[in-house]
Design a protein around this ligand. Structure first.
Ligand code: NAD
Ligand code: DAU
Length: 352
């Protein structure tokens, strides 16, 4: 048997593939376009592993997806592939519609036809796990109850709107064609292999480089932080025992303001890699203009997944952020390889 993972060379997908093969012998087919966010180096340790097959391709390419399904006959799809960065969606929304909406549609339709032709054993056991986000629910006021699966969709950015659209396509394929799909909504992940355009790895990288640490607006926006390996475990649990047609919120029970997260990273670096001049990294913090349409607060109520599937995060923010900072200190070669010319051009465009 095999599983088909899309976007497995990205941040969460790579962690998922590595964790999967550390625990299963079931083959992984990884379909990834290798955009700026995809990095085969994340999975370099699997290069000679017969359980791992990498296919460079676009989820929007019907021929590629049809032939992969036909050749490998996977028992499930775990769909991570997406354009994932909110700031990029504000500058260039078209790619988000193409991959997140049209690409997901293509994948769903290909799976529909694959299942139509499959034998009943494959059809019965098949699962399509759609990895979505908490951002589809919009933004919360301070003190409002955390997002629940029954909340309305109120996406505010081109990114979250494109994810919301893809969620609705998944729902429609499940309802109309009986495609056995489950959608998950997770909060902000952090951990190894996180591309340094997102807040936590950006701050670690810029702090070590001696650069300003950019805080949007007043820095009091709140996110729920989920250690990526906890997220991977949650997806494995949902795949094993989630109910078809259901949606599950996945969160870390870790709400923190951005300024507190940045300050925490600075304190950790002060201990683990003190600046040469002995001054605190927090001195590099700079408040800059806010993100347009910036959502104020996300919070996840993850009681349903705990009650139904038995998953709960293992890491607290304290343990997870310490591991993360240490991982970046230990993998400066990885950071050096991803911070190429295109990355520098992005930072200049976004922050200067
Ligand atoms: P990422 O940007 O790090 O990686 C995305 C991967 O998808 C890359 O490897 C990229 O090459 C690949 N990809 C992009 N377009 C493709 C296409 N058309 N065809 C095939 N592959 C393509 O993203 P991530 O942070 O790992 O997020 C993975 C999924 O989880 C996304 O669907 C995202 O919306 C969702 N999500 C992420 C977070 C988070 O905090 N990172 C939180 C909630 C939900
Ligand atoms: O909530 C889940 C979402 O989390 C995922 O669906 C997205 O794919 C993922 O990118 C993430 O979105 P955010 O916009 O919350 O993540 P980001 O790391 O870009 O920003 C986190 C917070 O930090 C947000 O409030 C904006 C702020 N920020 C971000 C950057 C890059 C800054 O203050 N300065 C920055 O330079």
């Amino acid at each position: 048997m095999s599983i088909l993972v899309t976007g497995g060379a990205g941040f969460i997908g790579a962690n998922f593939v590595l964790d999967w093969l550390a625990q299963h012998d079931e083959r992984v087919i990884n379909l990834d376009k290798l955009t700026y966010a995809g990095n085969r180096q994340n999975l370099a340790g699997l290069a000679d592993d017969p359980r791992y097959i990498f296919i460079r391709g676009d989820i929007g390419d019907r021929d590629v997806v049809d032939s992969l399904l036909k050749i490998y006959q996977p028992r499930c799809v775990v769909h991570f592939a997406a354009e994932s960065h909110v700031d990029r969606s504000i500058l260039n929304p078209g790619e988000f519609i193409q991959t997140n909406v049209v690409g997901t549609f293509n994948l769903l339709d290909s799976v529909r036809l694959y299942l139509d032709c499959a034998d009943s054993a494959v059809r019965t056991g098949f699962r399509f796990i759609h990895v979505s986000t908490d951002e589809v629910y919009g933004t919360l006021d301070a003190g409002a109850p955390a997002f629940r699966e029954t909340d309305n969709y109120l996406p505010n950015s081109p990114y979250s709107a494109s994810k919301a659209a893809s969620d609705l396509l998944v729902r429609a394929y499940c309802h109309t064609y009986g495609l056995p799909a489950i959608t998950t909504h997770c909060s902000n992940n952090y951990g190894p292999y996180h591309f340094p355009e997102k807040l936590i790895p950006l701050v670690i990288h810029q702090a070590l480089a001696g650069n300003p640490l950019p805080v949007y607006g007043d820095g009091r926006q709140i996110r729920d932080w989920l250690y990526v390996k906890d997220h991977c475990a949650a997806i494995r649990c949902v795949l094993a025992s989630g109910r078809v047609g259901e949606t599950y919120n996945i969160g870390g029970w870790n709400e923190h303001s951005n300024i507190d997260v940045i300050t925490k990273i600075c304190f950790l670096l002060d201990t683990l890699r003190p600046r040469a001049d002995g001054k605190p990294y927090a001195g590099q913090i700079r408040f800059i203009k806010d993100r347009p349409g910036h959502d104020r607060r996300y919070a996840i109520d993850a009681t349903k997944i705990e009650a139904e599937v038995g998953w709960r995060p293992a890491e607290t923010f304290e343990t997870g952020i310490r591991k993360t900072v240490q991982w970046y200190l230990d993998h400066q070669d990885w950071v050096g390889n991803v911070v190429n010319g295109a990355y520098t051009r992005w930072v200049e465009k976004q922050y200067l």
